[in-house]
Design a protein around this ligand. Sequence first.
Ligand SMILES: [Fe+2]
Length: 254
Amino acid sequence: MENGRVISDLHCHILPGIDDGAKDAAVSEAILDAEARDGVTQILFTPHFYADHIEQDRFLRRRGRAFEKISQLCEERGIATALGAEVRIKEQLLGMDLSPLRMGDTEYLLLEWPFYGGYPLYGEEIVRNLLKAGIRPVFAHIERYEHLFLDEDRLRYFMDKGCIFQVNTATVLDPRTQKRLFELANKGFVHILCTDAHNMDSRPPKMGEALALLEKKTSREIAARILQNGDDLFHGRTVHVHDMPKKKKLFGLF
Ligand SMILES: [Fe+2]
């Protein structure tokens, strides 16, 4: 809690030894310490799920065992926790029941688009299937895919269907990407800020720094609403993405 605000991290790879994130509990502990210093009090763990590599049941068992190794560390730091997954869009997802991979007990699921090979049409089918099953996709780090980051019509299309857009702290802090990201945030296309933390070296969490910069470059209202969305999502409340506060440029419209 910082200035009465609740800070949540709903996309991270802190669970030890399950994916390319924290390699052991010592790394997990260091990341959790950094999160606690930044005032993060709610963390939803989202290890990678690749449907062509591992069976869902086996993944869930592994995730449970990894969480057992650090649940006490979270308790000691006063961090509330929940389990989810970062589900990569693959053809194998078609026809699968993905509800066990939801973010905690909520109606949300963290969905990752492929980085290469363009825009897969079966991605849209997977999104439609999820929505039909009452699950709202949260698109992981929209800034990492050109077909979303640069195409506002496509963002609007998915937003109108009920999808939610997440961005990473690293992108907020990266001078190469931040300008576009702030522009999208000022237009209401950025709904959740998460760390996507993998370790303390190349991919540390940095929630505090990113939040402060985001607030400075957008507005207090936008930053506060992004935090509120994170808290709402963590607790399974409805996230309203169509009435995000917006900030116009000083001269003229966007
Ligand atoms: Fe991730």
